[in-house]
Ligand binder design. Sequence first.
Ligand code: FAD
Ligand code: NAD
Length: 451
Amino acid sequence: MKNKHYDVFVIGSGIAGQTAAKICREQNLRVAITDNREFGGTCANRGCDSKKILLQFSELIYQSKKLEGLGVKKLPKLNWNKVQKFRRSFSNPIPTNTEQNLKELGISLYHQSPKFISKQEVEVEGKVVSADYFIIATGNIPRELGIEGKELLKVSEDILDLKKIPKSITFIGSGYIAMEFACMLATLGSKVTILERDETSLTNFDPFLVKKLISKMESLGVKFIFNADVTAVKKLKKNLKVSYSLDGKSQTLKSRMVINAAGRAPAVEALELNNAGIEVDNDGVVVNDYLQSKSHPNVYACGDVSNKSLALTPLSGLQGYIAGHNVIMEKSKTFDVPCVPSTVFTTPNLSSVGYGEEEAKTRYKNIKVYQGDARDWFNAKKEHEDTYAYTILVNERTDEIVGAHILSSEANESINVFAMAIYNKMTVKEFKNLIFTYPSYVIDFKSMMEN
Ligand SMILES: Cc1cc2nc3c(=O)[nH]c(=O)nc-3n(C[C@H](O)[C@H](O)[C@H](O)COP(=O)(O)OP(=O)(O)OC[C@H]3O[C@@H](n4cnc5c(N)ncnc54)[C@H](O)[C@@H]3O)c2cc1C
Ligand SMILES: NC(=O)c1ccc[n+]([C@@H]2O[C@H](COP(=O)([O-])OP(=O)(O)OC[C@H]3O[C@@H](n4cnc5c(N)ncnc54)[C@H](O)[C@@H]3O)[C@@H](O)[C@H]2O)c1
C-alpha cells in the first residue's frame, strides 16, 4: 500500500471543508481534501440553493391564488420538467466547478471516505495517508428511523429531484425541512400530512408565531398529527401505508411518498474515529472553542459535524474559517456563537434572531414583550395575506432589543435588519431614530415596538 503525507487532510468538501482547505492552502501548506459524494456539499448540491429555486415557483402560484379575482384572471401553470431543468442548471455544474477550483489552488483531491487507522493516518483510495492535521467537515445526514420499512422512506434530496408532484405525501417530523417542503407541495397540489412526535412544530421558534404558522399551513391543506409515534411503513400497490400510534391507539394512513424529515445526524460513522481516539457525542465531534477535538489536538471539526454547530450554512462557513486559521496558528480564533438569524422558508417565512422569550426571561430581570398580529396592516392587506405577526423582546432596564421573531412573506430579508440592531446592541429609541424606506416591511418594525 502506497504512503502519502500532507500538512492538512480535510474530510468533506462542503462550505466548511472548502473554506478551511483554502485558508490552509493560501499559506502554502500541502493540503488534500476528500469527499465520498459529488464535491460541493449539501447546501449547493442538495440543500438550500435548490430548495429556494423550487420555492419561488410555488410562491408564484401562491401569490397568484391570493390575487385571483383582484386582477389575476388565470393562475399560472407550471411546466415541472422545465422547473427542474432550471434548478439543475444551478446544481449540475457545482461538483466539476468545485473540483476545478480546488485543483487550480493546488489542493489534492480524493473521492472516497477515509477511515482512520491510527492517530495520524487514514486509509483512502488504497493509500495510507498521514497528515500533521486532519479537519473533519463531513456535515450531517438524515437520521435513520429504527422502524419497520425504513428502506421505503425518502429524504429531502428526493423531494428536490421530484419528476412530478406526488398526489399525496407524508412527512415524519415537522422541523425546518418538513415545514418548508410541506408548504411547497401543498401549494402545488399534493395532499400533505405531517406526523410529529412532539405536541407542536419548530420547538426552537417563537410559540406564538409557530401557532399562527400551523394554522396558516392547515388553511393551505396541510394536515398535522401531533404526538404521533410512527411504527412502520409498508408498501401497497400504489401507496405506502404508514402505521403510527396516537393516544395509545393504532392508526394508519396512506400516501404516495413518505419522507423521513425527523432530523439530521453527524456523518461520522464511516470514518472509524475511534481508531484515532476522536470523541463524538450525539451532536458531532466533540470540540473546544478553537474547534479542536477535545481528545485529539491535531484534529479539528467544523460545520454541521462539529458539536458546536447550529447546522446553518453561514455558521458552517464561519467554522471552516476558524478551523483553518487555528491550523495555521494554534488558538488564534475562537468560536463564540454569534447573533445568528435563521429563516424557515415556509408560507409565510418564519424568521428569528436573538433570544426567544423563555431564554430572554432567564437572562434579564424584566423583559418587555411586543407581540401582535399585523394582518390588518398595509403590507399584509396589499398582498391579500391573512398571516403577518411578530414577537420582539426588549431588555426593559436598558431598552436594548434582544430578540426578534417575525412571520411575514419578507421576513427572510427583513430579519437581517434586526440581526444588525441586536449585534450592535441597539435600543428601541436608537432603532426608531433610523429612517427606512416606505413602504417596506422594515419600517413596520418601528410600529411593532409601540406600547
Ligand atoms: C434540504 C436542506 C435545506 C437546507 N436549507 C438551508 C437554508 O435555507 N439555510 C441554511 O443556512 N442552511 C440550510 N440547510 C443546512 C445547510 O445545508 C448545512 O448547514 C450546510 O450545508 C453544512 O455545511 P457543511 O460544510 O458543514 O456540511 P456539508 O455541506 O453537508 O458537507 C459535508 C460534505 O462531507 C461529505 N462527507 C460526508 N461523509 C463523508 C465521509 N465519510 N467521507 C468523505 N466525505 C464525506 C459529504 O458528501 C458532503 O459533501 C439545509 C439543509 C438541507 C438538507
Ligand atoms: N431554512 C434553513 O435554514 C434550513 C432548512 C432545512 C434544514 N436546515 C438545517 O437542517 C437541520 C435538520 O432539519 P430537519 O428538519 O431534518 O430537522 P429538525 O431537527 O429541524 O426537525 C426534526 C423534527 O422531527 C421530529 N421528530 C424526530 N423524530 C421523530 C419521529 N420518530 N417521529 C416524528 N417526528 C420526529 C422532531 O420533533 C422535530 O420536530 C435543521 O435543524 C437546520 O439546522 C435549515
